[in-house]
Design a protein around this ligand. Structure first.
Ligand code: 13P
Ligand code: SF4
Length: 327
């Protein structure tokens, strides 16, 4: 297909993202977008994309978008033969656990997560020995091996609910120390934390938040609960990536800051042209490994397939299913 035909065919898609992608950049994306749309049909595939994907992925080739909780829920319902997970490895593993008969592909196997890398299954066993009798609540940002050692999972969107659903005075909450501390501040349940951190959200500081308020009077500041507690204390609202997006849609603040990964504000701003987004942000190097050319290649070559060792499959899935039942 000629370049001009591709541009013509993808023009309606460009209209969606023209506020965040300059016209000069679109021809670089158009060919891959067109090829991916065709490949999805021939491979009977759907693309699940996290809110941190860049706009040309999020708005132009994804079939389902959302936070970790939404992607897990939607993965269960997929009928197509192939799921391409445009996100990080633990998200692809979760999709595979919840819909094991599907082929789950991740466009880059190195798309990890500093939280998932901060803890092993052996660490979870040691925590149980050290704090016997406390249920282990594990953030979905973790490996299948860690989930398999856990009692129940949680996401940033349901953590408080999950912790309180257990009806116990104290829980172990792994591996995000700041999420654990932020939840502990909202509940009577005592929370024993692990010292894992998100390398993206741990970089925000209270001084940065105060400077934003001075520089942008009246700005509303939304923060992800992986941010340190002293940052959360300075913010106007805290929630998962989906919660932040919904807040903007519901409250329509005149001016807003999202203390989270860079692509988030771009993606949300596309749907809310009347809201002024101030865009300080930190890039997630793992999420940014996922690109249009790699998604295209994943569908062309049917790689990289995500598998879970048979002995981990049932126990890991149980932890995720308990979460879905409790939320
Ligand atoms: P959400 O579940 O809020 O989308 O968070 C996932 C994540 O990786 C945040 O850094
Ligand atoms: Fe992990 Fe943080 Fe990247 Fe999310 S933003 S995938 S928690 S490193």
């Amino acid at each position: 297909m000629s370049a001009s035909t591709v541009l013509e065919r993808t023009a309606p898609l460009y209209q969606r993202v023209k506020s965040v992608i300059p016209p000069i950049e679109w021809p670089v994306f158009a060919d891959d977008v067109e090829a991916i749309l065709e490949l999805k049909k021939t491979r009977n595939a759907v693309i699940l994309a996290h809110n941190y994907m860049t706009p040309e992925i999020f708005h132009c080739v994804a079939d389902i978008v959302g936070d970790s909780l939404a992607l897990a829920r939607e993965a269960m319902k997929v009928d197509a033969e192939v799921i391409v997970l445009a996100g990080v490895h633990f998200m692809a593993e979760t999709a595979k656990m919840l819909n094991p008969s599907k082929k789950v592909l991740i466009p880059d196997l190195e798309a990890g997560c500093s939280l998932a890398a901060s803890i092993t299954a052996a660490d979870v066993r040691l925590m149980r020995e050290k704090f016997p009798g406390r249920p282990v609540v594990t953030y979905v940002n973790s490996s299948a091996a860690v989930k398999a050692e856990s009692d129940i999972c949680c996401t940033s969107g349901n953590a408080k609910k999950i912790v309180e659903s257990l009806g116990v005075p104290e829980v172990i909450m792994l591996p995000d120390e700041y999420l654990a501390q932020n939840i502990a501040a909202q509940t009577k349940v005592k929370v024993i934390a692990w010292a894992g951190h998100c390398e993206v959200h741990e970089r925000f500081t209270p001084a940065e938040v105060r400077a934003l308020r001075t520089d942008h009077p009246g700005v509303i500041i939304l923060a992800h609960p992986e941010c340190p507690p002293d940052v959360i204390a300075e913010a106007d609202y805290t929630g998962s990536t989906a919660d932040m997006s919904n807040y903007v849609g519901r409250e329509k603040p005149a001016r807003v800051v999202l203390l989270t990964e860079c692509s988030m504000a771009d993606n949300v701003s596309v749907n809310h042209p009347d809201v002024n987004f101030v865009k300080p942000c930190n890039l997630c190097p793992h999420m940014k490994r996922i690109t249009l050319p790699k998604i295209r290649r994943a569908l062309e070559t049917m790689t990289h397939e995500v598998t879970i060792p048979a002995e981990l499959m049932d126990p890991a899935r149980r932890s995720v299913e308990r979460m879905l039942a409790a939320s």
